[in-house]
Design a protein around this ligand. Sequence first.
Ligand code: GSH
Length: 225
Amino acid sequence: MNLYYSPGACSLAAHIAMREAGLSCTCVRVDLMRKTIAADGSNYLAINPMGQVPSLLLDDGVLLTECAAVLQYIADLAPSARLAPPAGSLERYRLMSILNFIGTELHKAFAPLFHSHTSEDYKAAVRGDRRALLHIEAMLADGRSWLMGEDFGVADAYLFSVLRLGPRIGIGLEAFPRTAEFMARTAGRAAVGRALAAEGLHAAAPSRPHPASPHAGSASPHAIA
Ligand SMILES: N[C@@H](CCC(=O)N[C@@H](CS)C(=O)NCC(=O)O)C(=O)O
């Protein structure tokens, strides 16, 4: 199984999930600017025509894309890791709801903030819309450690990966103390630390991209055993 990723991108969530689940896979770094495989310069668009990460190439040749689907697939490969509630349960639909919320209201809502061609007015409007972060803060208001309750799961990996990039785009968590604590708690997990280290990253993304980014970490595919 190959996990196509870019250091520090949303694919970090899938990388974390793999390690939390104790699964084996080969992590293949993608150059998102060039749309190539970093190690050999081959065409990534031949693998995923959208040119995005994460992509999960299964051993039977099927390609799975979209964070929410990839994360649930990984969770279902290792039920004992309890990264997702059982398929078909109401709790599983709650997880899907949260994954969709992170994907649409945070991940993709923030995406234009990374582009120099986005107008400053638009960026200010996105930064000023606090509803999504207030919603996350409310989810954590009962003192729970993780979004779904007491088990760390794939939604937590996704939220961490998206909010980790906040400092780079002017999205701070100063007004969201429970969410800030969530980020520190997640960064302290052993599997998260290993995923970050393997991608050549620190827990918090620097406010400006590291000079080596997006080429941080090894270009060579590496196995998670
Ligand atoms: N809808 C996709 C979006 C994935 C996505 O936007 N990935 C970003 C990295 S965080 C990417 O590959 N960007 C490069 C591009 O869009 O060309 C998903 O949920 O997985």
